[in-house]
Structures are given as C-alpha cells and as structure tokens.
Design a binder for this molecule. Sequence first.
Ligand code: C5P
Ligand code: MG
Length: 194
Amino acid sequence: MPTPKVVFVLGPPGAGKGTQCKNIVEKYGYVHLSAGDLLREERAKPGSQYGELIENYIREGKIVPVEITCSLLEKAIEDSGKEKFLIDGFPRSKNNLDGWNNTAAKRINLSFVLYFDCPLETCTERCLARGAAGSGRSDDNLESLQKRVKTFLSETEPIIQHYKAMDMVKTVDATKTENEVFEEVAKIFDEIKV
Ligand code: C5P
Ligand code: MG
C-alpha cells in the first residue's frame, strides 16, 4: 500500500469547507473525510460509548478530545483503501495537532493545508441560514455559533498560523459564490497535480 496523502481543510464554521470538498472529490478523485461528520456519525451509533460526550462538545462548540477524532479518521482512511484524502475540519486545536503528530503522522503524509478565509460575520450568517433551511444540526443556532466562533479564534487560528510558519498553507477567498471559490480551489489542485 502506498503511504496515504492528506490535505487538511480549515476555515471558520460556514466557510464552505464541506461544499468545496465535494467539488474537489468530483474533479480530483479525493476521498472526503469530515471530522465533524465522523463525530456526528459516531454520536448517532446506538450504544456508542462516546455519543453523549460528543453531543455535549458539539453543542458547546468545543473540540472533542483527539483520541476519539483521530481514531475515527484513521479507521476511515484504512477502511477506504484509497490514497488521497481531504480531511475537513481537522486539526482544529493544539490537542488535535499534537494527537495527529504523535500517531497518524508517522503513517500518513500531509501535502498542504487548504484554508478558506472568510469574515466571521458572513460565516455566522451562512450557518444561521443553513439552520433555518433545516440542516438539522444542533449547533446551527446563534448560541452555539457564538461558541464555535470563539473556539475558532482561540484554538484553530493558532493552528493555521503554525502551518503558515511552515509555509504549508494555501489560502482561498471564501466570500465569493460557490463556483467562483471553486475556480480558485481548482487552480491550486491543477498546479500541484495531486
Ligand atoms: O466541522 P463541523 O462544523 O462539522 O464541526 C462541528 C463540531 O464538531 C465542532 O464545532 C466541534 O464541536 C466538533 N469537532 C471537533 N473536532 C474536530 C472537528 C469537529 O470536536 N476536529
Ligand atoms: Mg462541515
């Protein structure tokens, strides 16, 4: 088996990470793994040991301990048998980063970090609209969103800075329309030919 390659996809909640990942999958044949989706799936499993813990963290906009998230990600990578992955919404904190570096990083190569840059007010509006349109997410409400934004600023921003200092971040302006954003994204993936 070749060593799996990952692109970390980061940005504030509502920046369009999931939407653009779907577009990248279609055009470039990656496998999309959303840390948030994997946590929500685990939460929904009957009898899951971590179901309640995950729900509490998600509603509070806090970052679930990395042991849980990283093992879900690693299992999904192994089970897929594929080689190229978009890991959306990870690493989102120092705890996520350290957990990854101490375990998965030995078996999996990081290609780069794709960062969707978007003002927090725009992102909050998008998530509220998504909630109003029936996303069914327990955290697409103003109270949870304020917490998610706080977590983004205090915990995720430093991770983006960490990777910027390593020159590993490719930034996209995520304020535009879905198609316009994807044009920018596609330029990046065309250029790196992965
Ligand atoms: O990325 P998404 O918005 O779907 O994440 C929803 C929630 O899932 C986050 O606010 C957080 O509570 C949880 N999460 C996490 N650790 C991650 C990604 C998501 O705890 N790496
Ligand atoms: Mg998402």
